[in-house]
Ligand binder design. Structure first.
Ligand code: URA
Ligand code: SF4
Length: 213
């Protein structure tokens, strides 16, 4: 049982954590108010030695219900993009900056709401602990929330997408969030955006091939 911590999950991280340990403790996290609206904590998933570490913003509706990251429409699009880029999905750990679903009601639906700076700060110790355990070769930031959390508020995905840049966390490549592609109404424009995502992810595949050689 985790006790309530106001403002940061830092105090919940044990001195010598393992991923299964963190996942279990994070289940009881109440470090920000999002635990009240989310169904459950959606912790990261993937092998402890994954070379690629992908970070989204927060779980969506489907992830909130399943308890797993990137299992809904955005995750399926991401899987297709990884496959087309030649990134082996088994080499990928997936997680989010914020581990609870933040939403607003719209009719009977729960629609995504943007996490606040305070919620991001509160949840960051979980992401940092995941990073320090997985020790990936490449971090992929999906969308502005993840990119700015890892690379600073001045980072602009539109200007530096697809480039490997160094950060205190290691090498980071930022690109758009797969959900943003799902929202493009025009078929042709959506396919073009998907092609750009695949192009952005290709350096990751190349990096993995070089590392394996
Ligand atoms: N969007 C995210 O940012 N993360 C998920 O896990 C699913 C959708
Ligand atoms: Fe804890 Fe993060 Fe959930 Fe807030 S969003 S309660 S910090 S796991």
């Amino acid at each position: 049982m985790a006790k309530r911590e106001t403002g940061t999950a830092a105090a919940l991280i044990p001195p010598k954590p393992t991923l299964p340990m963190l996942r279990e403790i994070a289940r009881g996290c109440q470090a920000c108010d999002l635990y009240k609206t989310g169904t459950q904590t959606v912790f990261g998933e993937g092998g402890p030695r994954a070379r690629v570490f992908m970070v989204g913003e927060q779980p969506g509706n489907d992830e909130d219900l399943a308890g797993k990251p990137f299992v809904g429409p955005a995750g399926k699009l991401l899987d297709r993009a990884l496959d087309r880029a030649g990134v082996d999905r088994r080499q990928v750990y997936v997680t989010n900056v914020v581990k609870h679903f933040k939403w607003e009601p719209k009719g009977k639906r729960r629609i995504h709401a943007k996490p606040s700076a305070g919620e991001i700060r509160a949840c960051l110790p979980w992401l940092e602990a995941e990073l320090s355990l997985v020790k990936p070769d490449v971090i992929v930031a999906l969308g502005a929330t993840a990119a700015q959390t890892l690379l600073g508020r001045a980072f602009r995905v539109s200007q530096q997408r697809g480039q490997l840049v160094s950060s205190p966390y290691g090498m980071v490549l930022a690109t758009v969030h797969p959900s943003s592609i799902l929202r493009v109404p025009d078929d042709e424009a959506r396919h073009a955006e998907m092609d750009r995502l695949v192009t952005d992810l290709k350096p990751v595949a190349a990096y993995l091939r070089r590392a394996a050689a």
